[in-house]
Design a protein around this ligand. Structure first.
Ligand SMILES: Nc1ncnc2c1ncn2[C@@H]1O[C@H](COP(=O)(O)OP(=O)(O)O)[C@@H](O)[C@H]1O
Ligand SMILES: C=C(OP(=O)(O)O)C(=O)O
Ligand SMILES: [Ca+2]
Ligand SMILES: [Mn+2]
Length: 654
């Protein structure tokens, strides 16, 4: 009988090996208790040793805020009071009783103490008797645990990302987005044809708010995120997001700017609050409701209510709408654009609708990323509104987009992707759940992100259009009037998925490349853009990231490496000095040659075998542009009426 050296075995009478547990030599390592023992008498004590309290729990020395003088206990009480106030509803005289911590972990959560709940003054209903546990600014690791434990469809993928399902809705629902029309917003906002602002009255908002808040209060626990928007320190907005899912909390953790522990200690009252009760529908008997989904914005109350959709992008883009209202009031232009900066400090903006390439092209290994989707342009330069990126994942590959691919790791939320049930390897080509698969990651997951995410005034303004007709040139240089014409038109062919219900590309015009998010009339933003571009000498470009050699279904999409070469030539300044020729109908200036790109693709007609079909398609698109622009012909843009005339003349002529 062999001995393994950890003890010795002998045969007993029954033929079974008898294990001798006594020590033969004192220096032999053979026992459970040979190592140092833990300093715990019970399993519970052992578990309590595992977690140490997060720093800082005491005020930072020298901070001159009112909070700095408060005790930790008092600050904690005020924080809960503020959250309780956020969750106040008519079923109670005050906000609910809120306690910090996971209800499932009562025994191990030292923060659940009776001093720390906010009690109502009058008990009106049973709901007033219950506690609502608040999971406040949890870390990604904590949110992973919550999601995996409580939310079906949550899994860790092989790269460490959290795979989640957004439920029945896998894209935004723009037709269900409503804005309260009151005496102020009636005059301030853009209403009517083409506007994204579908009206509702204050009373209906309150009905939906109450529904959302009561739903949230009925739960054992809610997630609360206190975060910031806008990297410009002068124009930072404090946002609070109350939600029912760890998925939503982690998504916003990634997408908004994350406060430092000190900033969180001194957060105070939020400037804007989202109530996300997306699992719960709106009541279709409620006035204005046309479906069971409603995303409601009340600017005066600084609140947004989400019912009937769990698609997390509603929160991100909902806050973007708010910025499109708040920032212009401060003479700051809000932009639906990506933004990056070169080593020499040259900033480029990438405007475009969903799927046109903002995220892909602003994430450029040779440049620093400022942001992929939402920016502000102020008197001092550009700033990102967000703290993260939201990339499309369909057909994502490590070879084609390494930076985005590598950002999909621990902490990243992966929406609606399909993966191998055993290896948890994601199949990015699988559209079984949706075409609009997405990854939300903190901006610092991109290796060359610029932190803080701010830069000087832009040098190039790139308008991206994914032209499904295949007639727009891959790149055109625009004069200011043309830039404004195309900015106001906001043309693209919507690529499947992001907006609910769209399955095939179709021509779309969306003013300012983001009509779904703007709050004021498009000409307000256009005038600001024109003024800023003029003042800072920025050049406008139109880049078609869509089809070549035929329309969708016949031609093919322009290869990403070619588009990247075009963008490189814009950044370097080389394209500015190229030879140009003018196209018919649209009157666009197109380069005759460009390094790294086959010259024949630069002029779309070359790529079409059927020249007659090309001409017909070109005229068809020109007609659509013309028809779309009719809405704007009666508006003056800025103070300069000459510019307005030039803009009107900068469209297709036929
Ligand atoms: N020539 C091209 N230029 C830009 N993107 C392209 C091109 N060809 C294919 N694509 C794909 O199109 C999608 C562009 O989407 P994305 O960058 O997320 O747009 P946005 O951020 O504007 O919504 C990506 O999936 C990208 O891989
Ligand atoms: C989140 C979105 O952004 P984009 O598709 O422009 O990246 C959206 O439009 O819903
Ligand atoms: Ca978009
Ligand atoms: Mn994007």
């Amino acid at each position: 009988m062999a001995s393994n050296g950890n003890g010795s075995m002998t045969m007993n009478g029954n033929g079974l090996a008898k294990i001798q547990t006594h020590k033969k030599h004192s220096n032999e390592i053979c026992h459970d208790d040979s190592g140092p023992t833990v300093k715990a008498q019970t399993i519970a004590e052992l578990h309590s040793l595992q977690k140490k309290r997060s720093a800082p729990t005491t005020p930072i020395e020298g901070t001159q805020t009112p909070f700095a003088t408060l005790s930790e206990e008092e600050r904690h009480r005020q924080q809960l009071k503020s959250i309780s106030a956020s969750l106040a509803s008519l079923t109670r005289e005050t906000g609910p009783k809120v306690v910090k911590g996971d209800p499932a972990r009562k025994s191990e959560t030292p923060r659940v103490s009776h001093e720390h709940h906010i009690a109502p003054t009058i008990v009106v209903t049973d709901s007033a008797l219950k506690f609502t546990h608040v999971l406040y600014n949890l870390s990604p690791a904590e949110l992973y645990e919550q999601a995996i434990k409580y939310e079906k469809g949550s899994f860790i993928t092989s790269s460490g990302a959290l795979a989640t399902l957004s439920g029945a809705k896998t894209g935004r629902s723009p037709r269900d987005k409503r804005v309260v029309k009151d005496d102020d917003t009636e005059n301030e906002l853009w209403w009517g044809k083409g506007s994204p602002n579908i009206e509702m009255d204050e009373h209906t908002f309150m009905v939906n708010r109450e529904r959302a808040v009561d739903y949230l209060n009925s739960l054992d626990k809610v997630y609360v995120n206190d975060q910031f928007l806008n990297w410009d320190p002068e124009n930072k907005i404090k946002v609070r997001i109350v939600s029912a899912r760890a998925y939503h909390s982690l998504f916003m953790h990634n997408m908004c700017i994350r406060p430092t522990p000190e900033e969180l200690e001194n957060f105070g009252t939020p400037d804007f609050t989202i109530y996300n009760a997306g699992q719960f529908p709106c009541n279709r008997y409620t006035h204005y409701m046309t479906s069971s989904t409603s995303i409601d914005l009340h600017l005066a109350r600084r609140e947004m209510v989400i019912l009937g959709t769990q698609y997390a992008g509603e929160m991100k883009k909902g806050l973007f709408s708010v910025m499109h209202y708040l920032m212009p009031k401060r003479h700051i232009l809000s932009l639906h654009s990506g933004c990056n900066i070169g080593k020499d400090g040259d900033v480029a903006l990438f405007f475009g609708l969903s799927g046109t390439g903002k995220t892909t092209l602003s994430t450029d290994h040779n440049r620093y990323l400022i942001g992929d989707d939402e920016h502000c342009w102020s008197e001092t330069g550009v700033s990102n509104i967000e703290g993260g990126c939201y990339a499309k994942c369909i057909d994502l590959s490590k070879e084609k987009e390494p930076d985005i691919f590598n950002a999909i790791r621990f902490g990243t939320v992966l929406e609606n992707v399909v993966f191998d049930e055993h290896t948890r390897q994601v199949d990015y080509s699988d559209k079984s759940v949706t075409e609009n698969t997405r990854a939300a990651y903190p901006i610092e997951y991109i290796p060359n992100a610029l932190l803080p995410c701010v830069g000087p005034h832009p040098k190039n303004v790139i308008l991206l259009a994914c032209d499904a007709f295949g007639v727009l040139p891959p790149v055109s240089k625009l004069n200011l009037a043309q830039t404004m014409y195309h900015f106001i038109s906001g043309y693209t062919a919507l690529v499947a998925g992001t907006e609910d219900g769209i399955k095939e590309p179709q021509a779309t015009f969306s003013a300012c490349f983001g009509a779904a998010f703007i709050m004021l009339h498009p000409t307000k933003y256009a005038a600001m853009l024109a003024e800023k571009m003029q003042k800072h000498g920025a050049t406008g470009w139109l880049v078609n990231t869509g089809w070549s050699g035929g329309s969708y279904g016949y031609g093919s999409r322009i290869k990403l490496p070619y588009t990247r070469k075009i963008i490189d030539a814009i950044h370097s300044g080389n394209l500015l000095n190229a030879n140009y020729q003018k196209t018919e109908i649209f009157g666009l200036e197109i380069p005759t040659a460009l390094e790294g790109v086959p010259s024949e693709i630069l002029e779309p007609v070359n790529m079409w075998s059927d020249k007659k079909a090309y001409k017909e398609t070109l005229l068809k698109l020109a007609g659509l542009f013309k028809k779309n622009f009719e809405t704007f012909t009666n508006y003056k843009i800025g103070k300069d009426s000459k510019l307005t005339e030039e803009i009107l003349a900068a469209g297709p002529i036929f």
